[in-house]
Each structure stands twice: as C-alpha cells, then as structure tokens.
Design a protein around this ligand. Structure first.
Ligand code: AOF
Ligand code: ZN
Length: 374
C-alpha cells in the first residue's frame, strides 16, 4: 500500500469502528460509547463495541473474536485503550498480550485515570500507535463523557417547543401541545440518550409530566435501544412544591428533587433529595448543581423546563446545545416567551448561538444551535 492508500484504509476502518461505537450510545452510560475493529493483511478479522458499563470494553470483545490471529494485527479504537483496573482489566495490557503490532486511536481518553497512559503503555513495548484519526467525529460521539471528565460538568441540552413567533404558551399558561406528535416522538430519541432529564417544579405543577422515555412514542425510523435505560428525572424544587402525588413518581425510576434545604421525606423510595447551596438570589446555585451532577456521573443532561430556568441556564452560559421545535402557530404579543431573562443592554451583548442544523419533523421545524464562539 502507498502512504495515501494506507491513510484512506485507516479512515475507512476508523469510520467502521465509530459506527460500531454508536450501537452503545444509549446503553454504555456513564461509560463512553467505544468501538474497535481489528484487521490483519488489510482485512477485518474482528470487531466489537462496548455495550454496558461493568461489561467488557470494545477491545476485549474484538480480541476475543480475533483470538490468535490478533498477533501482528492492527487494532482501530475510537478511544485510547484504558490502562487502569476499573470494572474491567486494562485494554492496553490485553492488546499487548494478544501481540497486536499497531494501534490506531481516534482520540485520547479524557479520563484523568487513563489520559495518555494507555498510549504510553503500548508505545513502551514497541507497538506503533497512531493517534488522531477521525478525532473530531470521535469527540462528537461522547460530548457528555468529555464534558464531565474535562470540565466536571454534564453536557447540557436545552429543549424548547415554541410557536412560530417564539412563544411557549398562551398568557394563562396553556401550552399542551404546541408541537406535533412527530416532534414529541423525536424528543423520545434524545431523552433516551441522556443520563438525566432536568426540569423545574413550575413545569411539574403546570403539566404534571412523567418525563420518561416512552416506548409507545418511540420514532418508527429509529431502533429501540436494548436495554432501554430510563434517565434520572431531576427537578429543581427550591420551594418544596412537588408533591408525592405527581405523575413523575408513577414510574419506578429515580427522581432527584433539588433543594437548598431539606424537606420532609417522600413516601416514594425512588425519590431522593439533593441539597445544593443557594446562590445570591436564594435559588439553587446552578453551577454547583452541575458539579454535583458530574460527581454523580451524569454525562448528558436533557432539559425540558419553563422560561425562568431556561433563562437562568442561558444567562449562566450552561447550555451546550439548544434544540428548538417550532410549530406553525402564532400566539401573538400576549403569549409567554420561551426564555425569561434580563433584557440585554444591547444587541451586541445578547447571548448568541450558531444554528448548525435545521430539519422538518412532521409539520414542525427542528433547529439545533450551539454557543457562538468567535
Ligand atoms: C476502553 N474501551 O470500550 C471503554 C473505555 O469502569 P470501567 O472498567 O468500565 O472503565 C471505564 C473507563 O474506561 C471510562 O471512564 C473510560 O475512561 C474508559 N472507557 N476504555 O479502553 C472501552 N468504554
Ligand atoms: Zn478498556
């Protein structure tokens, strides 16, 4: 192979490993989704991906299939092979023991327990290691894991449903349902990718939502994850307004009520209180909450909330992605705005996002936007 052919082959194999990794996107948390392809004489001899935390890593799956043919082979891995003894033994050692000659890595592991150590370990025994093949695609696969490991906070998406003129409800608060069944079904797919769903007591009192991933609403075009893991429901409830009768508690999955002071114990065993320090306004300090959620291994946080919490998240620059489902309705001047925040001093100082995707979902439009960085 010429150098160019080798490069193209490496890209193709890493692309394949990334597709394998995607299979674990909704099931590996709090671990990252990782894929691995093993080739010998430029042919694929084995592949694997990480299914669930606590179970084998991607490399272990692939090495088991490759068996003795792994000797002298090349392994393509979407994340640096681990070097620590965690829930499973180190993958770097497994690759060394199998006699692999070359390891191609898409990105370093941001986990400080590993970062660079896995690569060093392989290089120390003379294995050729090439890092950075399809790196940005690999990074896009696990934004939550990367945010938690490097910034000690989850990767937060703020989801909003609005009318065509950016309103979320009539002046009396009536809002169900602005967007279509197709849009609500699309939301299920994103809820399932999140470790947790964040909302506020105002929303719980107004809409009495369950905030679960619902199989009956799962989009027909998407494969249902196996197993389907329900995200933790996290409700900011500083004033102790969420009652034990809320529909949230109908499903047996955990609910965390975030408060600044302890309240009376819930009768639901799956309801837990999270006490977070108050900010200068006496409200739950959102930055402290994010650190605490990272400590509790929350990678991706999906937020469906009212205008106040949405405004606070925007003002405090805690949104990594906005997903806006917009319907064709017009609610007019008296309708409630989807984001409640202090008016910017001028247009130049208004929070700014960059729209990176726009598509039709049934009769609605879905916009995806990320913080605008100069
Ligand atoms: C790999 N291959 O497929 C994955 C890796 O608790 P453990 O033993 O499952 O280790 C989890 C850590 O291992 C996780 O935080 C991340 O650093 C790495 N994930 N590494 O070599 C894999 N999923
Ligand atoms: Zn590993």
């Amino acid at each position: 192979m010429t150098e160019l052919e080798q490069q193209q082959f490496d890209h193709k194999m890493m692309h394949r490993a990334l597709l394998l990794a995607r299979r674990g996107l909704m099931t590996t948390r709090p671990n990252p989704a990782v894929g691995c392809v093993i080739t010998a004489n430029n042919e694929v001899i084995a592949e694997g991906w990480h299914h669930q935390a606590g179970e084998s890593h991607a490399e272990a799956h692939a090495l088991r299939i490759a068996g003795r043919s792994a000797k002298g082979a090349t392994a393509y891995v979407t994340l640096e092979p681990c070097s620590h003894i965690g829930r499973t033994p180190p993958c770097a050692d497994a690759l060394i023991d199998a006699g692999v000659a070359r390891v191609v890595v898409a990105m370093r592991d941001p986990n400080p327990r590993v970062s660079g150590n896995g690569i060093r370990r392989l290089e120390e025994v003379g294995i050729q290691v090439d890092v950075g093949v399809l790196q940005s695609a690999a990074e896009r696969l696990n934004p939550g894991f990367i945010a938690r490991m490097t910034h000690q906070r989850p990767w937060l998406t703020l989801k909003m449903a609005t009318s065509l003129d950016g309103k979320t409800a009539l002046s009396d608060g009536r809002s169900q349902w602005i967007t279509s069944a197709e849009a609500r079904s699309d939301v299920q797919f994103y809820r399932a990718q999140a470790d947790a769903i964040l909302s506020g007591a105002t929303t719980v009192l107004a809409d009495n939502p369950k905030l679960t991933v619902r199989v009956e609403q799962w989009p027909k075009s998407r494969q249902l994850p196996e197993p389907l893991k329900q995200p933790v429901r996290i409700i900011i409830d500083s004033q102790h307004r969420v009652s034990d009768d809320a529909k949230l508690f109908e499903s047996p999955d955990p609910v965390w009520l975030v408060r600044t002071t302890p309240g009376k114990a819930s009768r639901h065993p799956h309801c837990h209180e999270l006490i977070i320090a108050a900010d200068e306004k006496g409200k739950v300090c959102l930055k402290t909450l994010m650190t605490e959620l990272a400590n509790r291994e929350i990678n991706q946080l999906w937020t469906e909330c009212g205008a106040n919490l949405a405004g606070a998240l925007i003002e405090q620059q805690l949104c990594d992605r906005l997903m806006i489902y917009s319907s064709g309705q017009i609610l007019g001047h008296f309708g409630r705005s989807v984001i409640d925040m202090v008016e910017p001093m001028n247009l130049a100082s208004a929070p700014r996002f960059k729209i990176i995707d726009r598509r039709q979902i049934g009769p609605d439009q879905r916009l995806v936007a990320v913080p605008h960085t100069q």
